[in-house]
Design a protein around this ligand. Structure first.
Ligand code: ATP
Length: 468
């Protein structure tokens, strides 16, 4: 049997430890849907909070928003999604496996090192004939069955369509939003008018987005329902380059701050012909996933495309008048757009560690303390009444300040292993001596060193540890 890969190990750890489960599992699942379990939801919330704190609370020039997922369908006409949000699709004639033709090209180039690109290469916008010519001339094959026979390429719109209300006709069509960004653009005026903000400023939003992806996969990397963390930063045109640089640094630092190893991150600039219809410049932050580099954040300069387009389609003037200079213009916009689920996956893969300890393999998630799902585990050494009582009292004190887990099941070794596997930075053990000396043992996840700390000093001790 083949050795399990890093990805196999992380997927199995996620299931075993309540981090991520396959969706609707008791009904055989629903392809590539995933549920965050009790530990996973804490990790994801910590990542979203770290992002919100860094980009919203710690800045004076960014405010938040939580817009509706269902929007007037005209929004998606104005944004260009109805006409242009599609991927080139082809089917394997042998096994009927459905593939994205542009991704086949990218995967082939990544794996083979072949630098040649299809004629008129523009990512998913490459003309179908050029993609097919490339696929045939390079003898690309189906990853499922190895056949080299594919159907003609056709365009497939990625938006999920549904109906609002009881009548299912064309007039009731609504879409599940494919990005959170448009909720921000349509509320631009409301935010300006209610908060009297002066440009430049940004609006941030975290929320679900839906795309009917042709080939979802690689665990939570590409799913049809996912969460984005997006900022639209509005500015006069003259300022975009300066702010673009500022946000490039801020984006990189966000990943650094949550502990992602910098050697596994890189910037990749989109080629001119690869740019989306709205973008003049795009850089992605990519992570070195086990299968190759993959996008974590897309950062586009969207010009004044969106507000100008909404002015045109809605008939409402989305321009801005500077309160001091009285200059009137349609704001330009830069957009750092992060994936919450991909960041969770990155944190898991990046922190997964196996160590040899006394001849045994210790699995540890060396997550940054700020995002660790459980901050402190309280572990009474035995289930004796006085130990349990003392442990409960420590738990009650600490839980007011930290996400704490109380665990008295199984042997102490098994409990340590469980906490290591979910990345808990500190375990507190309460032993018979505690009753005498009013002190506990604190074990550090990474060094496994143990320290004896007085109970009365515990809250301060951990506040200091978590002070960053
Ligand atoms: P890709 O090229 O991987 O399809 P994209 O360029 O379409 O991504 P954007 O539209 O820039 O992605 O979306 C911003 C972010 O949202 C991405 O960087 C990614 O983190 C996240 N994201 C996009 N699509 C998905 C998806 N299907 N599943 C999970 N996260 C996604």
């Amino acid at each position: 049997m083949n050795e399990p890969t890093l990805m196999d190990k992380v997927v199995s750890l996620c299931k075993r430890r309540g981090i991520i489960f396959p969706g609707s599992e008791i009904y055989g699942g629903l392809a590539n849907t995933w549920d965050y379990g009790p530990i996973g939801v804490e990790l994801k919330n910590n990542i979203k909070s770290a992002w919100w704190k860094y980009f919203v609370h710690e800045r004076e020039d960014i405010v938040g928003l939580d817009a509706a997922i269902l929007m007037n369908p005209k929004v998606w006409e104005a944004s260009g999604h109805v006409a242009g949000f599609s991927d080139p699709l082809t089917d394997c004639k042998e096994c009927k496996h459905r593939l994205r033709a542009d991704k086949m090209v990218e995967e082939y180039r990544e794996a083979s090192g072949d630098e040649e690109l299809p004629k008129n290469w523009a990512g998913e916008k490459t003309p179908a004939d050029d993609l097919m010519y490339y696929i045939k001339s390079k003898h690309l094959t189906c990853p499922k069955c190895g056949s080299g026979e594919f159907t003609d390429i056709r365009k497939f719109n990625l938006m999920f369509k549904t109906h609002q209300g009881v009548i299912e006709d064309d007039s009731s069509v609504v879409y599940l939003r494919p990005e959170t960004a448009q909720g921000i653009f349509v509320d631009f005026k409301n935010v300006i008018d209610s908060l009297h903000l002066r440009l430049p400023f940004g609006i941030a939003q975290i929320g679900k987005a839906f795309r009917n992806e042709i080939s979802p996969g690689n665990f939570t990397f590409r799913t049809r329902e996912f969460e984005q963390m997006e900022i639209e930063y509005f500015l006069p045109e003259s300022m975009w380059q300066e702010k673009y640089e500022e946000f490039k640094t801020a984006s990189w630092n966000f990943f650094k701050n949550i502990g992602i190893k910098e050697e596994n991150l890189r910037w990749r600039q989109h080629l001119d012909d690869e740019l989306s219809h709205y973008s003049k410049m795009t850089f992605d932050i990519e992570y070195k996933f086990p299968w190759g580099w993959g996008e974590l954040e897309g950062f586009a300069y969207r010009t004044d495309f969106d507000l100008a387009s909404h002015t045109k389609f809605s008939g409402q003037d989305m321009s801005y008048t500077d309160p001091i200079t009285k200059e009137k213009y349609t704001p330009h916009c830069i957009e750092p757009s992060f994936g919450a689920d991909r960041t969770v996956l990155t944190a898991l893969l990046d922190s997964y560690t196996e160590e040899e300890v006394k001849g045994e393999t210790r699995v540890v998630l060396k997550l940054d303390k700020t995002i660790a799902p459980v901050k402190i585990a309280i572990l009474p050494l035995m289930k004796k009444d006085e130990l349990v009582e003392q442990s409960r009292s420590i738990f009650n004190d600490l839980k007011k300040h930290f996400m704490v887990q109380y665990d008295e099941t199984q042997s102490i070794g098994k409990r340590y292993r469980r906490q290591d596997e979910i990345g808990t930075p500190y375990c507190v053990t309460i032993d018979p001596e505690t009753i005498e000396d009013k002190a506990v043992t604190v074990r550090d996840r990474d060094t496994m060193e143990q320290e004896r700390i007085k109970i009365e000093n515990l809250v301060e001790y951990f506040k200091e540890k978590y002070s960053r």
